[in-house]
Design a protein around this ligand. Structure first.
Ligand SMILES: Nc1ncnc2c1ncn2[C@@H]1O[C@H](COP(=O)(O)OP(=O)(O)O)[C@@H](O)[C@H]1O
Ligand SMILES: [Mg+2]
Length: 133
């Protein structure tokens, strides 16, 4: 598994920090001591063969999977720490699943703005403006 980052103009602060993340399923180690900083304002690609652990790393990022060891920071919030306000930290982490899992009875725009309205409490107009940029 490799990573590649394209730095944008927005911020040089670390957006997500992985500190020695390990995760096994049964006896199969999938992530071993991953150390990685994702710069803010960047586009970072995680590249590797099928089964190399890319999705597991992403799922660990918002605790859809809990790493066996190590820490993950979203900005300065350690989502893996005991007592972390996981729901609050998750409001800053978006994820598009491989099989999208969109709501079929909503328009594309309603799907895209749903979390902004329901979770972040934005008005419909604000959410639409974000969605269209
Ligand atoms: N919930 C799970 N239970 C058991 N094994 C899993 C689970 N999720 C992923 N794996 C295994 O972990 C390995 C990495 O999977 P995954 O992170 O989906 O790889 P990638 O996204 O790079 O294709 C694979 O061997 C996969 O079968
Ligand atoms: Mg995957």
């Amino acid at each position: 598994m490799k990573t590649s980052t394209t730095q944008g103009a927005v911020s040089s602060r670390t957006a997500v920090k992985y500190q020695r993340i390990s995760k096994s399923f049964g006896h199969t180690p999938v992530l071993r001591d991953i150390v990685l900083d994702i710069p803010g304002g960047s586009t970072t690609c995680v590249i590797g063969p099928s089964g190399s652990g890319k999705s597991t790393l992403l799922r660990c990022t918002n605790l859809l999977e809990r790493p066996d060891s190590g820490r993950i920071l979203i900005g300065t919030d350690a989502i893996t720490d005991p007592g972390a306000d996981v729901d609050r930290i998750r409001t800053r982490v978006g994820m598009v699943f491989q099989k999208f899992h969109l709501f079929p009875y909503h328009s594309v725009l309603d799907n895209v703005t749903l979390a902004l309205r329901q979770v972040l409490g934005k008005s419909r107009d604000e959410a639409v403006e974000v969605a269209r940029t």
